[in-house]
Design a protein around this ligand. Sequence first.
Ligand SMILES: [Ca+2]
Length: 268
Amino acid sequence: MNQFLTALLCTSLLCIANLLPVTAHAAAPISFEVLTERTHKPTLFTQGLLVDGDHFYESSGLYNQSLLVTYPIAEPAGTWAKISAPFTKKQAVPARYFAEGLALLGDKLYLLTWQEQTLLIYDKTTLNYQKSISYEGEGWGLTSDGKQLIRSDGSDTLYFHNADDFSVTKTLKIIDQGNAVTQLNELEFTGGFIWANIWHQDRIVKIDPTTGEAVGEMNLSAVKQKLQLTNSEQVLNGIAWDEKRQAFWITGKNWPKMFLVKLKPSQS
Ligand SMILES: [Ca+2]
């Protein structure tokens, strides 16, 4: 092959390389094991999930049927008892609101609404409504780093809010090897990192809250496949850190199960 042809071929290959789609994500895979599973009410359209002590707190979305519920992590014995177990407490959200992300800070539960630009605040113990605060933009996921509230809106940006007046104190673009990570959904803050579900994907990314870099990701495809779900909106959406068990509870919208997921030691 002469030099001209070699140069032409190389140039063409470079062109082809440039036309190939950029790798959508490259964050390091995070290894984990599923320690156990439990029932999850399949009627819950999970938008927010967190653990406090021995209880879950969960928000369920959709207009006219949004809910805020709490129920024990420990289940009763027997299949029917598990399926029919009542919530410890349940609070209906007014019909005009589409409930979204949920966070706990102090003795208050903070509940986002999707497009109603209203933050609803509830008492943790009674689930009684306390007050609302308006904000701009959409509400998707919500968590707390112990000082502030952190919100997603389905974009690649996370918003840090003052918990007193919900004013935005900082915004953070989430990137993975230089590429924007969009569709950020349900959130969890633990161990100095933000963990984020990606809407309509089976992965949860681990985010450095200082730089916005996705430093790792969990792929839950195999876990989800075990459920043999039939509706495309039954997406992975729900991650809650269980301090007592030192593991994450994972679920999704209208999933019949929740899974206790333990990270491999080197990655926790
Ligand atoms: Ca969460």
